[in-house]
Design a protein. Structure first.
Lengths: 539, 220
């Protein structure tokens, strides 16, 4: 291997829009994914604010019933397919997977750029659907409504198909990269836990996403050619659609959470200045979660009319996914114990994750229990549960990762005080928005309803107020992050004292990541281990 | 095996990209990437096979009544054509590995012709179905078949053979691209990765047809 002497860093080594749009550098592709997915997050968030605004009062507040159906559908579809599934893997994963394993790029850089363009094309198709009036089926597109509605389902379904391929190709790229491009000495058991998480995620992406591909293809064929698989008129079965849909969409939620968990492992170790307790348990639990995730899709269908036996089996297996998940949470807590905690913003988000994700996970048990689920299904309890795990989990993980890696990506520190204010607003706002929704669901308020009983008004208003706090916190965050790109304090190579490879090179990194090829002689979290203090990067 | 250097006397265009340490690492990465992609293809078709199994179990009589309307002769011919094309594709890969450019060209051309023959026969089959009103679900107009679920049989038939046909076309496009590059002298014993990967993809396309053929044409 030769030493690469690069001029400047990956941001400055070439200029002009062509050098970005035709780049093959995983770091630039990661940055483009980052800004794109954050834009989609903002759009999905605006739809969320509009949904909550409508629910400020019973009856009509700002929009009709039909538009409300479109608003929550677009909120869900944009957040799921255009934000939460791509964001951590394609933005942070793209940037840091090669760096953390000591590679110069991913295995297939051109495929990487192609994946990004697929996301844009799929998103454009979804936007066309919005311009044509939007879709009102819910993000789950259940038949028969999705077949009969006049809404532009084909555009959204087509967009999902294309974006699915973006996800598949990213996962494929990451699996090959992890297997083939690790630097000398980087054995699997020395990999940072973020890599284990991204790797497990990539396996799910490759195995599960083709199934949503064929599902939306069948939905399109159903609308265009009336193939009848889901239409009882021709002998088909609408519940078959639900089986197809959830066979992907349940593993998909683990595509969403696993990368966030990977970031939490990194941040907790670094900001406790301590090795991760139970490294192998945390590493293998990612694989266990990926495996179990394929076996439980029917827990979304307890009241669909599927057989009682099937429901019982799905309920039983679903309980098992709590085991590797709890292993992670317990090991993180054990890592904090007697650590030297540094309460910087990444750590604040990681602590928020521990609290919020635990609530989300525990409420998942209520829903996994078959008899309880029959009462809670399609109520606000479910809405609260998945927002606690997806937003209280994944988004907190994403925000932790953004702040943790911001200095490395852009060579600038974010301003700590506004960041803490933003974190507080988001944390308090989040609980204000979603904690009441557990109660609302328990009281029987259905989800996806434009109207509600008068006795639910107060809790809905609290929830809407919470959404404004989240909005304020996010807005503040966008402002100070953008501000810091030009005005933030210049970052050193390793402002946090991290021990993973990305911190052994400059901030921002040079074009080919390392000026000297790294040789790995120890694990990623060897704090307080005397013999290997400085010797991580050999030449 | 691909060597770790570009040959000065040979005519191939082995180029080790900057992020790989050796040609061998690049080659193995490409192969792993392609096999992972094949896994996704199996899962894509897998959903359709699951639908087939479900509807077959639900409506065995309809499937029995409907399947006789498929032309076994054309189906069998197509099967022989595709298996032959897999053989010639394998020969093309072998020829490239032995730096026999002319033989590789010939084998690739025959493979392409087989693929074209497959699509032409498919075209005849489809147009016959349109003629008879044997169409998917809601477009079905045939009056000879009485079982209502026969519509589902033809929905499955068109979805699965149609998706397969799209993959045959993609495979033919890949083979054409490889053929053009081979004619330009870009492949030899040292560098044959695109030829081999295209071959593996083509074998999968053949394999999927091997499953489709008995499920639709043979079992009653």
């Amino acid at each position: 291997m030769d030493a690469h002497v690069s001029t400047g860093n990956y941001l400055t080594q070439s200029h002009g829009w062509k050098s970005w749009l035709f780049t093959l550098d995983h770091k630039r592709i990661g940055v483009m994914y980052f800004f794109t997915t954050m834009l989609f997050f903002a759009i999905g968030g605006l739809f969320a604010l509009s949904v909550r605004l409508e629910l400020l009062t019973p009856g009509q507040t700002i929009m009709s019933m039909e538009n409300y159906n479109k608003a929550f559908t677009l909120h869900g579809a944009i957040m799921v397919f255009m934000f939460i599934i791509p964001s951590i893997p394609a933005a942070l994963g793209n940037f840091f997977l090669p760096m953390q394993i000591g590679a110069k790029d991913v295995a297939f850089p051109r495929l990487n750029l192609f994946s990004y363009y697929l996301l844009l094309i799929g998103a454009a198709m979804a936007i066309i659907a919005i311009i044509q009036g939007g879709v009102d089926t819910g993000w789950t597109f259940y038949t028969p409504l999705s077949i009969r509605t006049a809404a532009p389902v084909v555009w959204v379904a087509g967009g999902v198909f294309i974006m699915g391929f973006s996800s598949i190709l990213t996962g494929l790229n990451f699996i090959v990269t992890t297997h083939k491009l690790r630097a000398p000495g980087m054995t699997f058991h020395r990999l940072p836990l973020f890599i284990w998480a991204i790797y497990a995620t990539a396996i799910i992406q490759v195995l599960a996403t083709p199934v949503i591909g064929i599902t939306v293809a069948l939905l399109i064929a159903e609308r265009v050619f009336k193939i009848g698989f889901f239409n009882p008129e021709y002998g088909g079965d609408p519940v078959l659609f639900q089986h197809f849909f959830w066979f992907y969409s349940h593993p998909a939620v683990y595509i969403m959470i696993l990368p966030g968990m990977g970031i939490i492992s990194e941040v907790i170790a670094v900001f406790s200045r301590k090795h991760i307790f139970g490294y192998k348990a945390v590493a293998y639990s990612s694989l266990a979660i990926a495996f179990i995730s394929f076996l439980v899709w029917g827990h979304h269908m307890f009241v669909s009319g599927q057989s009682e036996l099937a429901s019982k089996i799905f309920s039983w297996i679903t309980m098992f996914v709590a085991v590797p998940t709890a292993i992670k949470v317990v090991n993180w807590a054990a890592t904090l114990y007697r650590g030297s905690i540094d309460y910087k913003t990444p750590m604040l988000y990681a602590l928020a994750f521990l609290f919020l994700f635990t609530i989300g996970g525990l409420t998942g048990l209520f829903l996994a229990a078959l008899s309880v689920d029959v009462h809670l299904t399609d109520t606000y309890f479910v809405v609260a549960h998945f927002h606690y795990v997806m937003m209280g989990g994944t988004v907190m993980g994403l925000l932790a990762g953004i702040h943790y890696w911001w200095p490395k990506m852009f060579g600038r520190m974010y301003p700590e005080t506004p960041a803490r204010i933003s974190c507080a607003l988001i944390f308090v706002g989040f609980n204000t928005t979603f904690l009441p929704q557990f109660w609302l669901g328990h009281l029987g308020m259905p989800r996806r309803y434009w109207d509600y009983l008068p006795q639910f008004t107060f809790l809905n208003q609290v929830s809407t107020f919470g959404s404004w706090m989240i909005g304020a916190g996010m807005l503040l965050m966008f402002i100070y992050l953008l501000w810091s790109l030009k005005n933030g304090a210049k970052a050193s190579a390793n402002p946090w004292g991290g021990k993973t490879l990305e911190w052994q090179t400059s901030s921002p990194p040079p074009e080919f990541n390392f000026d000297y090829a790294p040789v790995i002689t120890e694990g990623p979290y060897e704090y307080g281990v005397k013999s290997h203090e400085e010797a991580r990067v050999g030449s | 095996m691909s060597g770790a250097h570009t040959t000065s006397s040979g005519s191939g265009t082995l180029h080790v990209h900057h992020h790989f340490d050796s040609a061998e690492q690049q080659y193995q990465s490409s192969k792993l990437g392609l096999w992972l992609f094949l896994v996704t293809e199996v899962l894509l078709f897998g959903g359709l096979f699951v639908a087939y199994i479900i509807f077959r179990v639900l409506y065995p009589d309809a499937f029995h009544e409907a399947h006789v309307f498929l032309d076994k002769v054309m189906g069998t011919t197509n099967t022989v054509v595709l298996i032959t094309s897999s053989f010639t594709m394998a020969m093309a890969v072998r020829a490239t590995k032995m730096s026999n450019r002319a033989q590789a060209n010939l084998c690739l051309i025959i493979t392409l012709l087989c693929g074209a023959a497959f699509m032409v026969i498919k075209g005849f089959e489809y147009s016959h179905k349109f003629h008879e009103g044997l169409l998917p679900g809601g477009l079905f107009t045939n009056t000879e078949i009485h079982a209502p679920a026969a519509k589902l049989f033809f929905s499955l038939y068109f979805m699965m053979t149609g998706l397969h046909g799209i993959h045959v076309l993609c495979g033919m496009a890949l083979i054409t691209w490889v053929l053009v590059r081979n004619m330009k002298g870009q492949f030899d014993a040292e560098y044959y990765t695109p030829v081999e990967l295209t071959g593996i993809y083509w074998h999968l396309v053949d394999l999927i047809w091997i499953y489709l053929f008995p499920l639709f044409y043979l079992i009653g």
